[in-house]
Design a protein around this ligand. Structure first.
Ligand SMILES: NC(=O)c1ccc[n+]([C@@H]2O[C@H](COP(=O)([O-])OP(=O)(O)OC[C@H]3O[C@@H](n4cnc5c(N)ncnc54)[C@H](OP(=O)(O)O)[C@@H]3O)[C@@H](O)[C@H]2O)c1
Length: 247
């Protein structure tokens, strides 16, 4: 059984579909119930929709309580829910900083802490965090997001080292700009701030990948599946970025 956070749209929906097609029962969580229902419809096999705010510790407990009551222990966790924001360092508020850390770093940690005991007990488990190329390099105007994603890759690397002998793998997938609603929002922000058209703003983000295009959600889902499927892949940050970051 698998749990995918942020499963309502974008990368999370593609990952849920990928795991469902591979035969997993999939617990789907995000805040918007209608989005999750649409993801459930797109999945081939059994799903359980559990709406929750993953930044709330009670929400995390509720999600894992519900899926474990229904199906038993979690075999695969994909901690994908996340969001970005853009501001100069000196204009990043305490609230924005905390929001990035709560969602992109602390929530994956709490989800991981929830599933690790059962995985260790059974001697097998897979944890994949959807991080970002921002886990590897720093770009201007995204300090809080970048700090949260660097942090989550550190969490992944340490947990992988700790759990390797227990049969539990922990890796991250690090996408460049992916064609999702989150990127559509980034394109709209660039257009608003710079006076460029949406197409011009999109082209700016396409050029960030040496391949000259946005990454697809299925390409990210394939990389998640690679981490799930291969027991010797652990502690990695797998770049899915058209060659932007060569590490
Ligand atoms: N798009 C990119 O170019 C890109 C690049 C690199 C990394 N990433 C990472 O990939 C992940 C997915 O991105 P995406 O582009 O697919 O984003 P997206 O289209 O905005 O989807 C984000 C998902 O996370 C959920 N979510 C957001 N806040 C939540 C909260 N507090 N509690 C529970 N669920 C929450 C959203 O649902 P609700 O709003 O209904 O809660 C939604 O289902 C993120 O971690 C992001 O940082 C994305």
């Amino acid at each position: 059984m698998a749990v995918v956070t942020g499963a309502g749209r974008g990368i999370g929906r593609a990952v849920a579909r990928r795991l469902s097609a591979a035969g997993f029962r999939v617990g789907l969580t995000a805040r918007n119930r209608a989005d999750l229902a649409a993801t459930a419809d797109a999945c081939a096999g059994p799903t359980l929709v559990v709406p929750a705010d993953i930044t709330d510790p009670a929400g995390v407990a509720e999600v894992f309580g519900a899926v474990e009551d229904r199906w038993g222990r979690v075999d695969v966790l994909v901690a994908n829910a996340g969001a970005g924001m853009s501001a100069k360092v000196q204009e990043t508020s305490d609230e924005d900083w905390q929001r990035m850390l709560d969602l992109n770093l602390t929530a994956p940690f709490r989800c991981m802490r929830q599933v690790v005991p059962g995985m260790v007990e059974r001697g097998v488990g897979r944890i994949v965090v959807v991080a970002s190329v921002a886990a590897k390099v720093g770009e201007p105007y995204v300090a809080a997001y970048t700090a949260s994603k660097h942090g989550v890759l550190g969490l992944v690397r340490s947990a992988a080292a700790e759990l390797a002998r227990a049969g539990v793998t922990v890796s991250a997938v690090c996408p460049g700009y992916v064609d999702t609603p989150m990127t559509a929002e980034t394109i709209a922000n660039i257009a608003d701030r710079t006076g460029r058209s949406r197409d011009e703003a999109r082209a700016v983000l396409e050029r960030k990948q040496p391949t000259g295009r946005l990454v697809t959600v299925d390409e990210v889902a394939d990389a998640v599946w690679f981490c799930v499927n291969n027991p010797s892949v652990t502690g990695q940050g797998v770049d899915v970025d058209g060659g932007a970051v060569q590490s």
